[in-house]
Design a protein around this ligand. Structure first.
Ligand code: ZN
Length: 300
């Protein structure tokens, strides 16, 4: 979609409005039709195609405003069968690999024609590997949670150890995992595995990176100090942190609250964080060198 609704006053926000004033709109725009949180996706150029800027959102079923298909990155790693008997997960954070993220080039393209073609529902089947692998990255756990938010309800145990062998988390997965939308002061006693969607990322004037669940003023955020922020940009090969807008994240960290009552999650190392970036397939787009109406823009 190329128009969104500014939550503060209900006014319309075009892709050009957003590009001219991202600080005004970031985290505060919704789908005009289904009111789900939206984020800005820059236009870009690759050798194969040219795409205009648009807004992404996790639209409700049946919302016609969707012009891009968003789906989580390819199912490249262990997807567990939630019905198989409970077993143990052992996460050695030293062995967690950073993921490759496709990087595109800005082209500052904006359009004024809205597509009306709805996106088909994408359903990813659950895999059915037999038994759980012993070593599992955070990203693998996130993949399982995205496929099945009740993953872990069957008594799965998890143990996470740090570099020096310190046990960070040890117990039932369901007792140690918190979806960001359910974050509360009950989660301040120990370190937890927080996960969920992030609407937008932004680096403030002090170099602190904020991963925002939504409205940065009131909704939960993850805070990374300038050092971790630079490391994350390097590890994930980002040109701009907004490339991760709309992704799902998982982080081993601890929760605090600001004096204004805002939930803030922190962590010590970038390897305690992983993402699944949304792949974007444009259904109806201005393609430079392809007559196809459908194209996968992110190849992993
Ligand atoms: Zn919508």
């Amino acid at each position: 979609m190329i128009k969104a609704k500014f939550r503060d006053n209900g006014s319309e926000c075009s892709t050009e409005d957003y590009a001219q004033n991202p600080d005004k709109y970031r985290g505060l725009i919704d789908c005009i039709e289904c009111s789900q949180k939206a984020w800005f996706i820059k236009g870009f150029e690759t050798e194969k195609m040219s795409r205009m800027a648009c807004f992404g959102a996790r639209h409700l079923d049946g919302c016609n405003a969707s012009t891009v298909d968003l789906k989580s990155e390819a199912t490249d790693e262990n997807i567990d069968d939630p019905n198989s008997p409970g077993s143990s997960l052992y996460v050695n954070l030293d062995k967690s690999a950073t993921s490759n993220i496709y990087v595109s080039q800005d082209n500052d393209k904006h359009g004024d024609e809205e597509s009306t073609r709805p996106s088909p529902a994408i359903k990813n089947p659950l895999g059915n590997s037999s038994g759980y692998p012993l070593n599992k990255s955070l990203r693998g756990i996130l993949t399982n949670l995205i496929r099945n938010p009740n993953y872990g309800e069957n008594g799965l145990e998890i143990k996470i150890v740090s570099n020096g062998g310190r046990t960070i988390i040890d117990g039932k997965l369901k007792d140690n995992i918190v979806n960001i939308k359910h974050v509360s002061k009950d989660h301040m006693r120990q370190e937890y595995i927080f996960w969920g969607p992030i609407n937008n990322l932004n680096i403030d004037k002090k170099g602190v990176l904020w991963l925002n669940y939504g409205d940065y003023r009131t909704e939960p955020s993850i805070r990374l100090n300038p050092e971790l922020s630079q490391e994350l940009i390097k590890n994930f090969r980002l040109k701009d942190v907004s490339e991760l807008d709309g992704s799902d994240f998982i982080i081993v960290g601890h929760l605090g609250y600001s004096s204004a009552g805002k939930a803030i999650i922190s962590t010590s190392f970038t390897k305690y964080i992983s993402f699944r970036k949304m792949n974007i397939s444009k259904i109806n787009d201005h393609l430079k060198s392809s007559s196809k109406k459908e194209a996968v823009l992110f190849d992993n």
